[in-house]
Design a protein. Structure first.
Length: 127
């Protein structure tokens, strides 16, 4: 199976040995994005709302580089550090996924995320 890396020049380069997204097997797999400001490399201030907004902006940049948009997403993975953010997350998530069928989704509560983030989001899109 051939694999192709997809990279957005709008984001800071990955800090580890991974790609922002990889196309292979008929799908595009997006690495998780946190609320990292591409200009500073630091996590945006403001908690869940600000971080989720920036994470979605980061994902939008990689989707654009892949020639795709949020309507093309078939699966989303969301990682929270606090289950008490679940209801607020649903409201923020609904701003990007407005039309049925909605993507399949998993929300997992974790002990910690990169940069001390409270939310991380990854996606799968049909190529």
């Amino acid at each position: 199976m051939a694999k192709t890396a997809i990279t957005s020049t709008e984001l800071a380069p990955p800090v580890g040995p991974y790609s922002q997204a990889v196309k292979g097997g008929g799908f595009i797999y997006f690495s998780g994005q946190v609320g990292q400001d591409p200009a500073t490399g630091k996590l945006v201030a403001g908690g869940l709302a600000a971080e989720a907004k920036r994470a979605f902006e980061n994902l939008a940049a990689v989707l654009k580089a892949a020639g795709k948009g949020f309507d093309d997403v078939v699966r989303a993975g969301v990682y929270l550090t606090s289950i008490s953010d679940y209801a607020a997350l649903n409201g923020l998530y609904a701003e990007h996924f407005r039309q049925p069928p909605f993507p399949a989704r998993t929300v997992i509560v974790v002990a910690a995320l990169p940069l001390g983030a409270c939310v991380e989001i990854d996606l799968v899109v049909q190529a």
